[in-house]
Structures are given as C-alpha cells and as structure tokens.
Design a protein around this ligand. Sequence first.
Ligand code: FAD
Length: 386
Amino acid sequence: MGMSLLTSATESVYGEDLEMFRDTLRAFYRREVEPNVKNFEVDGVGHDIWRKAGAAGLLGTCVPEEYGGAGDKGLSIVIGAEELGYSPAGASAGAFLGTDICTLFLASHGTEEQKQRWFPTIISGDTVQCMGMTEPESGSDAVAIRTTAVRDGGDYVINGSKCFISNGAKADLLYIIAKTDPAARAKGMSIILVPTGTPGLTQRRMKTMGYAGGDTGEIFLDNVRVPTANLLGPEGGALRIFQTQMALDRMQVCSRSLGAANQAFEMTLEYVRNRKIFGQRIIDFQNTQFKLAEIETDLAIGRAYMDDLVRKYQKGTFDDRDGWRAKIWFPEMEFRTLDTCVQLWGGNGWMDSNPISRMFTAARVQRIYAGATELQKSLMGRAYIK
Ligand SMILES: Cc1cc2nc3c(=O)[nH]c(=O)nc-3n(C[C@H](O)[C@H](O)[C@H](O)COP(=O)(O)OP(=O)(O)OC[C@H]3O[C@@H](n4cnc5c(N)ncnc54)[C@H](O)[C@@H]3O)c2cc1C
C-alpha cells in the first residue's frame, strides 16, 4: 500500500513543471546524495555534488531566464526543501541546496555587473552561496548584530564574525549583513557580497548535534576589504530586502518539515510491519496503529495547510501572520512525529546507522532556526497588543 501523502502532479498546487522538478530532484537525492551520506561526514557536502546538481539542472532555478536560469519566482525553493526533508539523506546533508533564497536577493537587487558575474556559476554549482546574519551575540534579535562595514575610499572594510551559517564553511559567495550605519539600528544594516578567499576572511565548519554531514559554518571578518560595488541593494536596505523573501524563507522551513515527517511516517510504517516482538508485529499493537493514525492526520492537515500557503503565495496574499503561524506549526508537528517514530523504532531508532535517528536530531533544529517558535509567538503577541 502506497502511504505517501505527497500529492500527485495532477492535483498539485505547484503545477506540472514544478512537479517535474520535484521528480528530478528526488531522483538526484536517491542517486547522488543518499549513497554518499557517510562521505559527507568527513568534510561536509563537497563541491562535486553541487556541480552534479548544477549539471542536472537543479540549481539557480530562480535565476531570471535572460541570465540562463529557469526564472522561477521562488516555489522551486519550497518544493526543493520538501524533497530535502523527504530524502533520508537530508537529515545528514543539512542545508545543502537550500540556500537558494540568496539567488532571489541577487535577482531582485543585484546590479547588472553582479548578476553577470555570479549567475552563471550559481547555475553550474561552482558558486555555493550563504547568508550571514547571525552572530554569537545576536540570533533572534537580529538588529543587535555588531559586524560593521566602514567606507574607505572605494571600499568597505568589514569587521566582525558570524556563526551557525548554512553552507557557511564552503560558500564561495557570502552575503554578509553588516552595519553600515550603527546609529540607525535596523535601517543601518546592509548586505555586502564577499567572495571566498578575500584576505581577512576565515570560514570554518562547526560541529553540530545533527546534520552530521552538513555545513554549518562560522565566519570571521578581520579588516576584510571589498569594493563598494559589492553592496547588494541600497545601503541600509538589508532588512527590507529580507522582508521581501520572508514568506519563502518561512515556507521552505515548513515544507522541509512536511517532507521529513512524511518520510518518517513511511519508514516507520514499513519498520513496524516487519519487526516482531512478543510473538506479533509492532504494527499489531493498537498503540502503534493509533500513533500512526495521529501522524497521518497531522500529515493530511499539513498538506492542506501547505497547499493553502502556496496558493496565497501565488496570489500575493501571504502575510506576516501566515508566516508566523506556519513556522510555529510545521516544525512542532515534525518534531512530535519524529519523537513518536523513534519511540516505535525502539533502540534501533537511536542507532546512527538508521536514518530515522538523524531525522530526529534534524527535526530538533527546525524549531530553532529561521526564527524560533517562541519568536514567532512573540511577534503574534506584539500584534495582539497593538
Ligand atoms: C543549523 C543552523 C543553520 C542556520 N543557518 C543560518 C544561516 O544560514 N544564516 C543566518 O544568519 N543564521 C542561521 N542560523 C541561525 C539561526 O537563525 C538562529 O539560531 C536563530 O535565529 C536563533 O538565534 P540564536 O541561536 O542566537 O538563539 P537566541 O536568540 O539566543 O534564542 C534562544 C532561545 O530563546 C528563545 N526566544 C527567542 N526569542 C524569543 C522571544 N521573543 N520570546 C521568548 N523567547 C524567545 C527561544 O527559545 C530561542 O530558541 C542557523 C542556525 C542553525 C542552528
């Protein structure tokens, strides 16, 4: 019995083209990523896999057509995130192909020169991107960042550090958020493009609880000098630029949760149908059946909820409240699903050799990054008070 709750192409809210993209991506994960998971653990996902993804036409989907891309407006990122969650390797590979929102920043705010320079290698997989906002002293409170960029002739001189950055250790193009006018607080934050190898720039991989093969990086900027032409968008415009892609950022995290929860359900159903204890299969216990029924109900709600968000995005009616609510619900749903699944797997669920164990730790971070659950609730709370 096929128990996947992923929609078929005919009923998909994404449409046929994006469903084809989903199929190609899923096949790529099976062929290139899943067999290599153990290699990633040594030094993260290598550029070779990025280049293979580029050759398979999976990168730079949001690059405008006039620059050789597919010109997608962002939903390829959402569907891509779902597939990253759905692949058992996603829990090890971490963010991997999931930093493509940077491409949209470049498409909407890049200069002609920046686009000409970077788009071709973003499409080919030679340029891995990362977005560096978070710092040791500022995560949820993003406005508190301390990294500064000071104009000096035709350059910016950047000083500071970043941490927990997805693809941060391997990235070739770093979108560094720095204060160009510290007194202006939120309005004094700018995005500056910093290529890897720039003197004074150090990128390091961080050891993490989950994402064993992933690249979560820390970045140090010590008098890093780049031309002012590397400014992306207007000076002081970082948060406004972020706001334009906030819906997609929320949706991609939520979509990943949905994909991962779906995979966990399928894997667990298979497992409990085969494992025997006390002379019967684990599936024969009513407790197991009830737990799976609860998960399937969550998945059905999640699918309908995600479809609704996608429709709102397509119509341009996705608002802040949609993002806050979704970022609360999906990761929390994923986590309770994975917690239940690991319980049904017993000791095997704790073993590193079984992907369900990695999916459990990967689910944990979903409630923290891209705005912790509590931050979303506090934003909703602030709106009630107004
Ligand atoms: C794997 C991973 C990848 C990441 N990728 C990136 C990236 O690519 N780029 C980037 O810039 N950042 C990235 N981050 C950083 C991420 O966005 C931050 O971790 C997140 O914003 C939370 O900030 P913090 O970790 O400093 O936690 P803190 O801000 O210290 O918050 C700690 C806890 O405080 C609570 N809290 C927060 N706000 C409130 C509130 N308003 N009310 C009540 N309680 C609250 C929550 O429980 C929260 O978990 C990544 C993080 C991880 C773990």
